[in-house]
Design a protein around this ligand. Structure first.
Ligand code: AP5
Length: 211
């Protein structure tokens, strides 16, 4: 968990490589549906392009399917889900039914003033890698190091939309952190996402190995 631009996707990719889990990013799943041009994708785009959260019933149904399909023996790294208390409650029910415990909730913090610069400078590849012109540049400008494809900018990575995403995070997602703290059954790990990417990875690895 963490605000837009905290580094959730960047760190999740590094951690799944290290631990062998399956990475399930709700944002990536919704963008793939959007790109398919389906009626559901068009509906998702209305919310995503405005920086608003997609309604809970749509999110819960799509993520429940993705979790069931992933069926990973090595575990799942959920990125961007749950994002409301209703989503967290639905996930709890699914995990109890599957006898699959939630091992840890990882919160990456980031100062609001860093978020706009990170998000507006982000360039992404269709293979899932993300770069930043200043903070995480690709070896060759505009080209993905991993697969050689051209990089592009996400439709919602504008200054106006990121401010709306941040407002949605503060209002609807921060209470989920309190929900997990109050339940007392889950290990909470908080890392300082203001550090450089490699330092954040090192902090996360240390914390997760002790989880
Ligand atoms: P989603 O795709 O999940 O977007 P987000 O939460 O806003 O997060 P981001 O992907 O923007 O940021 P990140 O934390 O992954 O940062 P990254 O590592 O890329 O969701 C998009 C939309 O889908 C939502 O707005 C909503 O509409 C919908 N949605 C998704 N899930 C939903 C749900 N559960 N319920 C309802 N709606 C949902 O890093 C950002 C940039 O910073 C990169 O350029 C990176 O290179 C750079 N960077 C990373 N780490 C550092 C660092 N330590 N220092 C400097 N730069 C860094």
């Amino acid at each position: 968990m963490g605000p837009p631009g905290a580094g959730k996707g960047t760190q999740a990719k590094r951690l799944v490589e290290a631990f062998g889990m399956t990475h399930l990013s709700s944002g990536d799943i919704f963008r793939a549906e959007k790109a398919s041009g389906s009626a559901r994708g068009k509906k998702l785009a209305e919310y995503m392009d405005a920086g608003a959260l997609v309604p809970d019933e749509v999110v819960v149904s799509m993520m429940a399917d993705a979790i069931t399909r992933a069926n990973s023996q090595a575990g799942l790294m959920l990125d961007g889900f749950p994002r409301t208390t209703a989503q967290a409650q639905a996930l709890d029910k699914q995990l109890v039914a599957a006898k699959a415990p939630l091992d840890a909730v990882v919160v990456i913090t980031a100062p609001s003033e860093a978020i706009v610069e990170r998000i507006t400078g982000r360039r992404v590849c269709s293979c899932g890698q993300a770069y930043h012109g200043k903070f995480l540049p690709p070896k060759k400008a505009g080209v993905c190091d991993a697969c050689g494809s051209a990089l592009s900018q996400r439709a919602d990575d504008t200054e106006k939309v990121v401010r709306d995403r941040l407002t949605a995070y503060n209002r609807q997602t921060e209470p989920v952190i309190a929900y997990y703290r109050a339940c007392g059954r889950v290990r909470m790990i908080e890392v300082d996402g203001a550090k450089a990417p490699d330092a954040v990875t090192a902090d996360l690895m240390r914390a997760l190995k002790g989880a």
